[in-house]
Design a binder for this molecule. Structure first.
Ligand SMILES: *[C@@H]1O[C@H](CO)[C@@H](O)[C@H](O)[C@H]1NC(C)=O
Ligand SMILES: *[C@@H]1O[C@H](CO)[C@@H](O)[C@H](O)[C@H]1NC(C)=O
Ligand SMILES: *[C@@H]1O[C@H](CO)[C@@H](O)[C@H](O)[C@H]1NC(C)=O
Ligand SMILES: *[C@@H]1O[C@H](CO)[C@@H](O)[C@H](O)[C@H]1NC(C)=O
Ligand SMILES: *[C@@H]1O[C@H](CO)[C@@H](O)[C@H](O)[C@H]1NC(C)=O
Length: 379
């Protein structure tokens, strides 16, 4: 199809805007980060509601549990650090939080779709992505009301109005949508069949955030779920066939289809919202590289959890001779491990993933994190 006049005009306007407002290679100044997602980026949401992640979570970096299912920092923490921002407080954490430079709506166990089950039955969070977007809408309204009308301390813990359009909006969700299907014994084809529905819902939420003022989006794809020990624990029948890195082919196939559809979804958003920047980030490849090249990268067996094991959860306690003791203990060297607890990555692994994605080589368009406000042309 030949480009229409209108399209050429639009392209010219975009080029002009780009040169005026950013300029090629210019760095963005994101004053805040608002994050949506699951345990991959939960900095304390689920812990605030359903009981704190127990020790030894947090041992490597925070020296105590810090609301993260990890021995230390998550990829979102490294993102905040590298943008010169404080770690992002969980929106649901009412104690000691500071939302001046962002808020985190992610909770562990969250999915794009609402689940027809309870956290107490299946472990999946009731804070699905639509709920996170309602929280965000309330956060804008109510934080601005308090900032403007109450003043005082609220001016020191809530964002300025203009931050909502200048912030980076990050997403990392989808892993639990894939595992829920597999965990109720669906086939790979059945799981793949509902991916279009996931994409529709994700699109709606991102459009809502756009309608509320968001313009810069940084969207992680989902990781190689078939390489995580817990996947095969729930579906021993999917342990075989394995791929070259020893991961379940079925799980990884579903993750790859999800990612292909997500990349197309993000491209469509980019096309339909030419005044916004959408970056698709291939976290899958970063994680897969770490797992498949773990030996070369001087990590131990990537399938071996550092904390707990297949039968005992990380930080789990049991009664031994009448006293409660932690039986889900940490390994001695978390820095050499990929898997923290069989579900989540270690800080060392998260750092590796962050280093792979920060420069933009795994992104579409291939812009570094610091330039993710640039509106891309010709996409
Ligand atoms: C929950 O149940 C409804 C009604 O049966 C169904 O449409 C929906 O897909 C289910 N959700 C999930 C995540 O399975
Ligand atoms: C936020 O405020 C707008 C405008 O006052 C209103 O339309 C919307 O319903 C409010 N949203 C929430 C979640 O309170
Ligand atoms: C909250 O963080 C901001 C910087 O992000 C800082 O300027 C402010 O003083 C902090 N508020 C409190 C109450 O510590
Ligand atoms: C899935 O299949 C396994 C093995 O056949 C069975 O033990 C388990 O109860 C099934 N789970 C569900 C949710 O149907
Ligand atoms: C529990 O007590 C028995 C009998 O006193 C002792 O042999 C055993 O070592 C104890 N187990 C642990 C884990 O301390």
């Amino acid at each position: 199809m030949a480009p229409s006049c209108a399209a050429v005009v639009v392209a010219a306007v975009v080029v002009l805007t780009l040169q005026v407002s950013v300029g090629a290679g210019a760095e963005c100044r994101f004053p805040a980060v608002f994050n949506f997602g699951d345990s991959n980026s939960d900095t304390g949401g689920l812990s605030s509601l359903f009981g704190a992640a127990p020790p030894p979570n947090g041992r490597t970096f925070f020296g105590m549990p810090a609301g993260r299912y990890c021995d230390g920092r998550l990829v979102i923490d490294f993102i905040a650090e590298s943008l010169g921002l404080p770690y992002i407080s969980a929106y649901l954490n009412s104690i000691g939080s500071n939302f001046t430079q962002g808020a985190n709506f992610a909770t562990a166990g969250s999915s794009i779709r609402r689940q027809n089950t309870s956290l107490f039955i299946s472990g999946f969070s009731p804070i699905s992505l639509d709920v996170q977007s309602w929280e965000f809408e309330q956060f804008i309204n109510r934080s601005q009301f308090a900032y403007n009308n109450k003043g005082g301390i609220y001016r020191q813990i809530l964002p300025k109005a203009e931050y909502f359009s200048q912030a980076l909006y990050t997403f990392d969700i989808g892993q639990n949508d894939i595992t829920t299907g597999f965990f109720i014994n669906m086939t790979t084809e059945q799981v793949i069949a509902y991916i279009p529905d996931l994409m529709e819902r994700l699109t709606t939420i991102i459009q809502n955030v756009y309608a509320l003022g968001g313009r810069y989006f940084w969207i992680h794809n989902t990781g190689p779920i078939g390489c995580l020990p817990y996947a095969v624990v729930h579906r021993p029948d999917l342990a075989e066939p394995k791929d070259g890195a020893g991961c379940s082919v079925a799980y990884n196939k579903a993750a790859q289809v999800f990612n292909q559809r997500l990349k197309e979804t993000v491209a469509r958003l980019r096309k339909n919202r030419p005044d916004a920047a959408f970056t698709y980030v291939d976290v899958y490849s970063a994680k897969y590289k770490l797992i498949s090249e773990s030996k070369k990268l001087e990590f131990d067996d990537p399938m071996l959890p550092c904390c707990g094991n297949v039968k005992v959860g990380c930080g789990e306690k049991a009664q031994v001779n009448g006293t409660w003791v932690v039986v889900g203990k940490s390994c001695d060297e978390p820095l050499k491990r990929v898997s923290w607890d069989g579900v989540h990555f270690t800080e060392a692994a998260n750092r590796f993933v962050f280093e792979q994605i920060v420069g933009g080589k795994l992104s579409d368009p291939p812009l570094p994190l610091r330039q993710a406000c640039q509106i891309s042309r010709g996409q």
